[in-house]
Design a protein around this ligand. Sequence first.
Ligand code: SF4
Ligand code: SF4
Length: 235
Amino acid sequence: MTDYNSESERLEAQYKEIFMESAKVIRHEIDKFKPNFNCKTCTIPCDIKKVDIFEVFPPNCPYGAWQIKALSFLTNEYKAKLKIAKKSMMEKKNEYTCGKCGACCKLAVSEYSPIQLKQRAIRGDKFAKEFSQIYVPYESEDMAKAICPEYYDKLYDIMDPDERLYFYYCSKLGADDLCSDYENRPDICKDFPMTALKVLPDTCSYLPWHNAVEKLAMSIKSREDLIQFYKDKIG
Ligand code: SF4
Ligand code: SF4
């Protein structure tokens, strides 16, 4: 078993491994559409030495249709398959309920400042709108750390040291660590954690679900990223 110096190292290595596997799987799917055409018999002027999906094929080249079919498959059938897998993964979360530890209310981290969040909210970002309505920034990072040291350390471990981050707490959290407006809490609270790729506090009751589906979530994410990559390159 490999020893990692930090959680971020472990996650990075795991994602890399999963990404490579996903790349192989997607390539295999794409190659199913590749025509078995012998370029030596072709009369179209062309200087392509080795046929690859990312080439710019001349008009009427049979491999041009390969690109179209492969991209259509990835962005329709394959994407739909990923969507179903994601839905089923998220439904498994419903086997658990919030343990009301309050950790996610006491500490939330964002790459966006309060002003940026408000700007995003104005532009129609639902998450930013709900978040900026209830979460307020900590006066200092030290205060954030003091309130929730374990979760802070866990979050800090996966952060990019060069990235500026902002720490927030929910203004609705009562002294008893419970939500003072539970019936009216926004969707971002009801749905937390919205993804299995999120770092959760050790006290979170969704942690067993998260740990069980983390690799699957990475696999889905890597395949979504790869589809986008193919779309950008040959779309
Ligand atoms: S045009 Fe297409 S089929 Fe013809 S030689 Fe080039 S890659 Fe091969
Ligand atoms: S961290 Fe998890 S268990 Fe704790 S309040 Fe948030 S969702 Fe509930």
